[in-house]
Design a protein around this ligand. Structure first.
Ligand SMILES: [Zn+2]
Length: 277
């Protein structure tokens, strides 16, 4: 039997060992296309479980669109982007990452919210407020490609890893992960940009944004959508700005340099687009 005062030390040691193990097991992933390495502390299976729970909660609380034409458009574009992302990851030898995705695409009736997101495991929501800006399937493919790119590049896992480290510290992290997943739920919501209150969301970093733009252009091109349409889409999104910018811009900082960056990426994306012709 161990004397009481030694307990915290043993707990500390166990936590430290568990943390090192987690760091070793889950921090080695790279993003497709850009091959940037990122810190991914949360196991994919755990993320998928949280994702499915949160997604069903969001759907329960939301009013889903009953406009068959629009809903079908969202699902059609989404499925084509999903297939393109599976192809892309298979080509990169990372097909395992999406093999267990359970893709789902829903349109939420909310004309005031200019937003869309994709949780890990392929759970996607588009808000009706986005449709006047996306205008057509090609425009929607720009946004869908960008959001799915955040998911397959595991940006949420990176943000969640940072959030967990900040909130719980290195030792508490391993306990939080090993214990009740509910403890990490709030950080999960923040990491994936779920929710419509701007103050609630952590902004994606500049690195994540340009990486999602890059991968997103390739996904839409592979899916048979013209990546050149991305310029007009982001111009329309910027024009919507002003005194009360759409949530999409609040959580996705859009400096003018972003459009220049996208312009520079289009020749590469066109290589994928031409293959589809
Ligand atoms: Zn983004």
């Amino acid at each position: 039997m161990v004397a009481a005062p030694r307990k915290p030390i043993r707990l500390f040691r166990q936590s430290a060992i568990l943390l090192c193990l987690l760091l070793f097991l889950f921090s080695c992933a790279t993003a497709p296309v850009t091959e940037r390495r990122g810190l991914h502390l949360v196991p994919d299976s755990e993320l998928a479980t949280m994702s499915y729970q949160e997604y069903s909660q969001v759907l329960k609380k939301s009013k889903l669109s009953t406009d068959v034409v629009k809903v079908n458009m969202v699902r059609r574009v989404g499925q084509r982007i999903a297939t393109a992302s599976e192809q892309l990851l298979n080509e990169k030898g990372q097909g395992e990452d999406v093999r267990n995705y359970k893709w789902e695409f829903n349109l939420i009736e909310d004309d005031k919210t200019v937003n869309a997101w994709c949780m890990p495991g392929g759970k996607v929501a588009v808000y009706t407020g986005l449709l006047p800006i996306s205008q057509d399937e090609n425009g929607l493919a720009v946004v869908m490609g960008h959001e799915v790119a955040h998911a397959i590049a595991k940006h949420g896992n990176e943000r969640m890893s940072q959030g967990l480290l900040t909130q719980f510290g290195a030792i508490g992290l391993s306990l939080a992960l090993a214990g009740n997943p509910g403890a990490t739920s709030n950080i999960f919501m923040q990491a994936y940009g779920v929710g419509t209150q701007v103050g609630f969301l952590l902004p994606y970093s500049r690195v994540h944004e340009s990486e999602a733009d890059h991968i997103g252009l390739i996904l839409m091109a592979k899916a048979g959508y013209d990546p050149r349409g991305a310029i007009a889409l982001w111009q329309r999104m910027n024009a919507k700005g002003g005194s009360r910018p759409p949530e999409f811009l609040s959580t996705h900082p859009a400096p003018e340099s972003r459009i220049r960056n996208i312009e520079s990426l289009i020749p590469e994306a066109m290589q994928y687009y031409k293959v589809q012709r």
